[in-house]
Design a protein. Structure first.
Length: 267
């Protein structure tokens, strides 16, 4: 049996979602999903959006953004079926929040960038207070990537004054954590759990430096990963051109090719 769909794009999308979730004629996979089970798919779609942007793939980006939008529609449909909220409420809440947090746009107020940011943060703080929160760290999502969550936790405590006001102590903390990692690594009997803890402290300290330098650590590491992958693929090509197998070329030769690739990029 065919399903008639409306012409308006958003109405059509909502109708498609309703059809996919229909208890009798819908898609078996879509019907069995819950709010919890689609979370991993949402995270994956968000990363695919970020990947398309970082690769400047504007042909692919609309499709990736559509996949991410579909996740929002999916959540809203599941909640609507449970009598909790629907897609319209999601949009209405977003509209209200954006207007409230941008009085310089919608209330005709003049504001510079610093004031705009302060208003945004004040609005978020008020929302947290209205939810009867008791900690500056409430509602930092557990499912954030570890680097992003570290940065967010640090930003939260910085707002209440738990932060250094210069780079010196931040860097000193990184040096301290490196020393503790190496001390643990050089133990005659290595405690892997303890070593993991020290490495975590070091990564947390490096994330703090990134925050102080106003560099997003997650984005910085993604770019570093992309650069490393690009360069190593070129190393593999140089090995092939020289008649060498990568896994038997040896570190010295691989490092020489690596430096050749780096020098080529600088030129």
């Amino acid at each position: 049996m065919s399903t008639s769909l409306p012409d308006a794009p958003i109405d059509r999308l909502l109708a498609i979602m309703a059809a996919l979730r229909h208890p009798e004629t819908g898609c078996p996979w879509d019907r069995k999903q819950t709010l919890a089970t689609i979370v991993p798919h949402t995270l994956e779609e968000a990363y695919e959006v970020a990947d398309a942007i970082e690769r400047s793939d504007l042909d692919e980006l609309p499709g990736e953004l559509g996949d991410l939008l579909f996740q929002v529609v999916f959540y809203a449909r599941i909640a609507e079926e449970a009598g909790q909220f629907d897609f319209l409420e999601v949009v209405n809440r977003l509209n209200a929040k954006l207007v409230q947090r941008h009085p310089h746009v919608f209330a005709g107020l003049d504001a510079d960038e610093v004031t705009i940011k302060a208003n945004w943060e004040a609005g978020k703080a008020q929302e947290r207070a209205e939810k009867a929160q008791h900690s500056a760290l409430d509602n930092v999502p557990l499912n954030l990537p570890a680097l992003s969550r570290s940065a967010k936790l640090q930003k939260r405590v910085a707002r209440v004054g738990f932060d250094w006001d210069s780079l010196g102590p931040v860097v000193d903390k990184i040096v301290e954590e490196i020393d503790e990692v190496m001390d643990e690594a050089h133990q005659a009997v290595q405690d892997q759990d303890r070593l993991e803890e020290e490495m975590g402290d070091l990564l947390f300290a490096v994330t703090n430096l990134s925050r102080h330098l106003k560099v997003d650590p997650e984005q910085a590491l993604r770019k570093a990963n992309t650069k490393f992958e690009r360069r190593f693929r070129q190393v593999e090509n140089l090995c092939a051109e020289s008649g060498l197998a990568v896994d038997s070329a040896g570190l010295e030769q691989l490092e020489a090719f690596w430096q050749q690739v780096k020098a080529g990029e600088k030129r």
